[in-house]
Ligand binder design. Structure first.
Ligand code: ATP
Ligand code: MG
Length: 167
């Protein structure tokens, strides 16, 4: 499954999907490729669903504005290795790779690596990839692709990130 597009709702759609899956007895893991500086509300909620829904830090938690620095680029391979290990562990029914589309779009992770891993994943495992600018080949490979289209966003009215809405 792929949630992409410039509108709000990609990460939260993935988490909504996870909520539904947990209720059906599925085990879910979310790996966050890009960390913000906020204290995200979902971290607290996901803790309450432990061990059915886990969230794991990946690498150092790349910050969007620093995606280009050398250290980030060095860490990407390590983070990718961690993702591969989790996906192939067969411990989960659903794995969310949050903001991975962004990382591919930035040229930090070759799309072939993702495509190869999707071929090798356990049959029962659902994988969700989120982030803007999903790669054409990822879109082709997916069974489901939804594009969030921005029609309005409070930001354009000058409303800053709101607690419980953005973080
Ligand atoms: P959410 O996590 O709320 O589901 P998202 O995953 O679709 O959003 P991202 O691209 O990951 O969005 O951006 C993270 C945050 O940036 C969002 O919570 C959000 O509200 C804000 N955002 C998204 N789109 C816009 C926009 N067009 N203008 C300003 N801020 C935005
Ligand atoms: Mg997001």
């Amino acid at each position: 499954m792929v949630f992409t597009g410039n509108g709000k709702g990609k990460t939260t759609a993935a988490m909504g999907q996870a909520l539904r899956a947990v209720g059906q007895g599925l085990n879910v893991l979310m790996l966050q490729f890009i960390k913000g500086t906020w204290n995200y509300g979902e971290l607290e909620s996901i803790k309450r669903l432990n061990p059915d829904f886990k969230i794991k830090p990946i690498g150092k938690g790349f910050v969007r504005s620093k995606l280009n620095d050398d250290e980030t680029i060095k860490c990407i391979n390590q983070s990718w290795a961690q993702s591969e290990e989790e996906i192939l562990s067969d411990n989960y029914d659903m794995v969310i790779l949050d903001e991975i589309n962004y990382v591919i779009d930035f040229g930090l992770l070759p799309v072939d690596k993702i495509l190869t891993l999707l071929d090798k994943k356990p049959e029962r495992l659902h994988i969700i990839l989120t982030g803007r600018n999903a790669h054409k080949e990822v879109i082709e490979k997916a069974d489901l692709v939804t594009e969030m289209v921005e029609i309005k966003h409070p930001y354009s009215k000058g409303i800053k990130a709101q607690k419980g809405i953005e973080f």
